[in-house]
Design a protein around this ligand. Structure first.
Ligand code: ATP
Length: 253
């Protein structure tokens, strides 16, 4: 496996707060890498720096061996194959799930006229196929603001997947999802992303989700990576259990 994303020496301070204090990280092609850590550790900042939403004061982020991401605007980074989802889903709430999917596909194709996408049979068919993969086809005609949080999160990630990313960075893909729905959402995500051979980085506070989803776990603490390794090792590390505030990790097989 080779590194798809390589971060080196990332530094970013907001006043006296060091949100990134020397981040070195390789994300390996096809892996699912979880980022865990206490509130304010700099997890979202790393995603924001990798996707063009924040520019570090020092360091580099190389994508696919050749592309230097720093300084590129978010849209260019998406075009290179780096997608993201946000903690709060970014759907067009007054549109249906099918319209949202079609709009994402149309954006990928450079079609920006509102409503036109669904008039194109090829886009409509691809939108339906996308929703089918995410188990959302039965909700195609539902307005996005009428979905429960689990479906909303999946629909949001479906829009990111519509852009055909090679690397997808997800900020808390299960936050706000009812406990009863959480594992179903995770199972769907794992299946779709594995099938599409997408490399995934995701920030997560639920250690059960991390144990189920991650190949490796990176522990963030005060802008630094405090530990990195397989979930069985990291989640059972007493130091990690102590420092990842408010989380008592379940035993991992
Ligand atoms: N745009 C900004 N301006 C000022 N301070 C910021 C900005 N973005 C982040 N910070 C600060 O940087 C630190 C790291 O924030 P970040 O959101 O990356 O943490 P996090 O680990 O994602 O936390 P959480 O788990 O609560 O989402 C925090 O102290 C935060 O207040």
């Amino acid at each position: 496996m080779s590194a798809l994303l390589s971060a080196r020496g990332l530094r970013l301070a907001f006043g006296g707060v060091k949100a990134a204090d020397g981040i070195d990280l390789d994300v390996m092609e096809h892996e699912f890498l979880a980022i865990i850590g206490p509130n304010g550790a700099g997890k979202t900042t790393f995603i924001n720096m990798s996707t063009g939403y924040l520019r570090p004061q020092a360091g580099s982020i190389t994508y696919d061996g050749t592309h230097q991401l720093l300084g590129l605007p978010p849209r260019r980074i998406v075009k290179l194959g780096v997608g993201r989802s946000f903690q709060l889903p970014q759907l067009f709430t007054e549109h249906t799930v099918l319209e949202n999917a079609a709009l994402a596909l149309a954006a990928r194709e450079g079609i920006w006229r509102p409503f036109a996408p669904l008039l194109r049979p090829a886009i409509r068919a691809e939108a339906e196929e996308l929703l089918e993969r995410f188990g959302l086809l039965h909700l195609a005609d539902r307005r996005a603001d009428a979905l429960n949080e689990g479906a909303r999160k999946l629909a949001d990630i479906a829009m990111a997947v519509a852009l055909r990313p090679r690397l997808l960075l997800m900020d808390e893909p299960t936050s706000g999802v009812a406990a009863a729905d959480k594992m179903q959402v995770v199972e769907t995500l794992v299946r779709v992303l594995r099938e599409a051979r997408v490399t995934a980085v995701f920030v997560e506070h639920d250690m059960e989700v991390v144990a189920r989803f991650a190949d490796r776990v990176a522990v963030w603490g005060q802008g630094r990576i405090a530990a990195l390794g397989p979930p069985g090792e990291i989640l059972n590390d007493p130091e990690v259990q102590r420092t990842v505030i408010g989380v008592v990790p379940n035993a991992v097989a």
